[in-house]
Ligand binder design. Structure first.
Ligand code: HEC
Length: 149
């Protein structure tokens, strides 16, 4: 009887841990999706002319990206050891083998943002801002993002 209860307890704990890990993976993915919503959904679309140029919206997008990028190091602190169910991209395990190097990819993005912030006046300067930021995003993705499908 006691034994059955312990086994049941361990099973419940196990299921809780799996759920928590999925939640962490989802939080990490949601942060990237939030960044992408502004970088691709606003800045890229505007620079391509898919949506009309709007300085205020562009400045807002950059401010949101800046706030989100500041959360990357902390959000990726824990290794969820699993991918988000059905995700297109996952995290490389290398992140947690060398978290300091992963974190070192963040300040260049912040510098790129600082360099372009407040300088968007037209589509040309918007394109420059988009590209400047995007190159730095990719420097982390090259090593630490895995394409799952
Ligand atoms: C320090 C590393 C790092 C930086 C900097 C970074 N990312 Fe990511 N990004 C990741 C990792 C790791 C993943 C894969 C895991 C995930 O999606 O949670 C990812 C995933 C993504 C995805 C795929 C999300 C999905 O599942 O659909 C997008 C889009 C993305 N990042 C956009 C950006 C943009 C835009 C920037 C720059 C403004 C950026 N990221 C900066 C590490 C980084």
């Amino acid at each position: 009887m006691k034994r059955t209860m312990i086994v049941a307890g361990v099973l419940v704990l196990g299921a809780g841990a799996v759920m928590a890990q999925q939640e962490i993976a989802v939080q990490q993915d949601n942060l990237m999706k939030s960044i992408a919503k502004n970088q691709y959904g606003v800045l890229q679309k505007m620079s391509k002319g898919d949506i009309p140029f709007d300085k205020k919206a562009a400045d807002q997008a950059i401010a949101s990206i800046e706030a989100d990028v500041a959360k990357i190091a902390k959000t990726f602190e824990i290794n969820p050891k699993q991918d988000v169910v059905n995700a297109t991209y996952g995290s490389s395990q290398k992140i947690w083998q060398n978290k300091a190097d992963f974190d070192s990819k963040i300040p260049p993005v912040q510098k790129a943002i600082a360099d372009v912030k407040g300088k968007i006046k037209d589509v040309a300067s918007l394109k420059t801002a988009y590209n400047t930021i995007n190159d730095r995003c990719n420097e982390c993705h090259e090593t630490y993002r895995v394409k799952l499908k």
